[in-house]
Ligand binder design. Structure first.
Ligand SMILES: [Zn+2]
Length: 228
């Protein structure tokens, strides 16, 4: 009689950044550019944390798109996290301005979400940019942050942090207990191509991974958070 070795269980989370109510960014039913998420859920049980800017470029206030938001949040395979307000990056990044500017951004995000009756527990800085002083401000409104690996060395006591381990462009398993795949909404000129490419890459990865370990799909909020 042979006994099968107990297989290792590996948690796998995936996020989708920049989803907002604009054609090509999560609102278009015709191109249906979130369908790779739907298919990865259907075929692998994957769950997704959507990081949504609350008023991308000052043109897409999510409070005005109640049906769109409800359609997302009513699906049991989505959770929503905050992703700045204007989604400004580079020189005017949402979470890299003065304390006063950042507090204004936090209030704006909170107001948009509260109009939709939703309180996100997590947040991810736009472009990964966040100055050291901002963690404390975010900790007053959020339980956790998806932080950039570039800031992993920082000492942060105020808020729990989680870091992605790979990108949907090249999903990888290096023996970790948990995998966090970062992705962006498949959009742009070649919507169909990027949807199919993202779906194919991630599904091939999951098929290969499943041969080695038991895959346990989770939301980003269910990953082990670091607090130093
Ligand atoms: Zn973004």
């Amino acid at each position: 009689m042979t006994f099968k070795n107990k297989r290792k269980i590996v948690k796998v989370a995936m996020d989708i950044d920049d989803v907002h109510p604009r054609k090509g960014f999560g609102i278009d039913d015709i191109n249906d550019n979130l369908r790779y998420a739907r298919l990865l859920n259907k075929n692998f049980g994957m769950k997704f944390t959507l990081f949504i800017p609350t008023n991308c470029f000052g043109e897409y206030p999510i409070s005005k798109y109640k049906d769109w938001f409800e359609n997302i949040i009513n699906k049991d395979y989505y959770e929503v996290g905050a992703h700045g307000h204007y989604h400004h990056r580079k020189d005017k990044a949402d979470f890299a301005g003065s304390q006063k500017e950042v507090n204004e951004i936090i209030e704006l995000m909170e107001s948009e979400f509260s109009e939709l009756g939703y309180t996100p527990t997590g947040v991810k800085p736009c472009g990964g940019l966040i100055t050291q002083g901002v963690y404390g401000s975010l900790s007053k409104k959020f339980e956790w942050i998806s932080d950039s690996v570039a800031y992993k060395h920082r000492k942060v006591n105020s808020i729990k942090r989680v870091f992605c381990t790979c990108s949907s462009a090249s999903p990888q398993y290096k023996g970790e207990e948990e995998i966090y795949i970062q992705s962006h909404i498949a959009s742009g000129e070649h919507i169909s191509n990027s949807i199919d490419e993202t779906y194919n890459r991630v599904s091939e990865f999951l098929v290969t991974l499943s041969k080695e370990v038991d895959v346990l799909p989770v939301f980003v909020s269910q990953l082990t958070m670091v607090k130093k």
